[in-house]
Design a protein around this ligand. Structure first.
Ligand code: SF4
Length: 131
């Protein structure tokens, strides 16, 4: 697919759950949760500095093919809610380790924190930094 992309000057809209493949094939990535974009960035930015707690959990779950390297996993609690009847406020609030009262009532808007780097999370809108 990458060869074809270069040879034919193609653009792909590539939808996948395997972030290792996504990193390999993508120039820009939109992370979605329950049908909504929660983060958008170029590949290098997203993998080196994920902003949304869901993106951080996804990246922490990617296996590293080296038994000597240990990564701190972030296991999300709870089940994925129904996309037909998503939770009020931020749809991720039932599983987010950083949930605040505001998250349960108000859906965060997707805002551009830097050129081409967007996130929908009250932590960043409030200027709070998370690891
Ligand atoms: S808005 Fe709140 S619940 Fe949603 S991802 Fe951000 S901190 Fe977590």
């Amino acid at each position: 697919m990458v060869d074809l992309q270069h040879e034919q000057r193609l653009s792909y809209l590539f939808i996948a759950h395997d972030l290792a493949v996504v990193e390999h094939i993508s120039h820009r990535i939109a992370v979605m949760y329950l049908g909504r974009i929660v983060e958008f960035a170029d590949t290098e930015t997203l993998f080196s500095r994920p902003l949304h707690p869901y993106t951080q959990a996804l990246l922490a779950a990617v296996p590293i093919p080296d038994p000597k390297i240990k990564r701190q996993r972030r296991i999300l609690q709870g089940d994925v809610p129904s996309p037909v009847n998503p939770p009020a406020g931020c749809a991720f609030h039932t599983r987010c380790p950083h949930v605040m009262a505001r998250c349960k009532q108000e859906a965060p808007q997707l805002i551009e924190l830097a050129p081409g780097n967007l996130v929908a999370c009250h932590l960043h809108q409030a200027g709070v930094k998370i690891a």
